[in-house]
Design a protein around this ligand. Structure first.
Ligand code: MRU
Length: 344
């Protein structure tokens, strides 16, 4: 049953994340401000499209599936505040310019555009956002279930960036598999690279794992060559997967995949089918976001390099599909050669 407030359906209680990433209330829409974690758990209200765009651009909310969900809810929030269809279409255009790499943003906004263009009522537009959230939640739990086939009773695994409930509804993507394994009684130890420059591994993944009391060790990226050989497997997420399986994910993922090949460690990508862009035949066609030099020139608020240094700061890199042992989606475990057509 639809309502202007709506209420996202609950997740299976045993696996429910112990924190809420999105708060959708009768008249307010807010998100957990990930820039403040792990020091503070504060919610940022997104009263209008401008603030929603800022939250996505500045990584207050981040992670491929979550960006799409937040954008969809920003449109729904504007609709329930009686924005005209013309304004909603402008909002969709503004939101689609926030971040270029994660395809989920465009997939979700296209779903919102469809309902707006069909002259959907505010109730129908809100329903569309709630449906998208529910579908992505279901996909997360399905990925976590399929992934259990890749997890032994006891395992030391690696991951990259942040792929938990902070990055995607439900339990997340790659981290969701590890969380479910832990909650089902498997003995999991996770190696967490800090993920320079914005430290999603140190700030967010370490925080999420500690919420579930999952043992982990934080390492710098420079330590990975020396430690990957000790791992049983590596699980990462994705921001966009081309039809041939080439995968864009947080910069540094490709380096990790190279180490995995060198040491014979299975390298798994975990992503819902909404992250597959079958319009692109290969990874070289994926647009890679380049972010502000300031992120590299500083460590937090402390300047660590000469201000005028030239900087190259890509947010993502592309791992060629032949480095990927398998790709886990909500449909199951796919192995090479990958050839996705018509995924949305
Ligand atoms: O720049 P971010 O923090 O949005 O990048 C996120 C990642 O690269 C994640 O690994 C990715 O979205 C995959 S899983 C949700």
């Amino acid at each position: 049953m639809s309502s202007l407030q709506g209420e996202p359906k609950g997740s299976p209680s045993a696996f429910k994340p112990p924190y809420q990433t999105i708060r959708w209330r009768a008249s307010k829409f807010s998100v957990l401000d990930q820039r403040q974690l792990p020091l503070k758990k504060t919610y940022m209200e997104l009263p209008d499209i401008k603030t929603a765009c800022l939250a996505i651009k500045t990584l207050a909310v981040r992670g491929a599936p979550l960006i799409g969900i937040v954008a969809a809810f920003a449109v729904a929030h504007a609709a329930r505040k009686h924005a005209t269809h013309k304004k909603l279409l402008q909002a969709i255009d503004q939101l689609s310019q926030t971040r270029p790499t994660a395809v989920n943003l465009f997939v979700c906004l296209n779903h919102m555009r469809e309902i707006v263009e069909q002259d959907g009522s505010p109730v129908q537009i809100v329903r569309q956002a709630l449906d998208i959230l529910e579908i992505e939640e279901t996909r997360s739990y399905a990925m976590a279930a399929h992934g259990q086939k890749l997890i032994a009773k006891e395992m030391k695994v690696g991951t990259y960036c942040n792929t938990g409930a902070l990055a995607a509804p439900g339990l997340g993507t790659a981290l969701g598999i590890l969380i479910k394994a832990h909650l089902s009684g498997k003995k999991i130890e996770v190696v967490v690279p800090e993920t320079r420059p914005l430290l999603q591994g140190a700030r967010l993944t370490a925080w999420e794992l500690s919420q579930y009391k999952i043992p982990y060790r934080l390492v710098t990226e420079s330590a990975l060559a020396g430690i990957v050989g000790e791992l049983d497997a590596v699980f990462v997420g994705a921001d966009r997967i081309a039809a041939n399986g080439d995968t864009a994910n947080k910069v540094g993922t490709f380096g990790l995949a190279i180490f995995c090949r060198q040491f014979g460690v299975p390298f798994y990508v975990v992503a819902p089918t909404s992250t597959i862009d079958s319009n692109l035949s290969e990874g070289s066609q994926i647009p890679i976001e380049e972010r502000s030099p300031d992120e590299v020139l500083s460590f937090g608020s402390c300047r660590t390099a000469p201000a005028k240094s030239k900087v190259y700061n890509p947010a993502f890199d592309v791992t060629p599909s032949d480095f990927i042992t398998a790709i886990v989606t909500e449909k199951g475990i796919a192995r090479p050669p990958y050839n996705w057509t018509g995924e949305k």
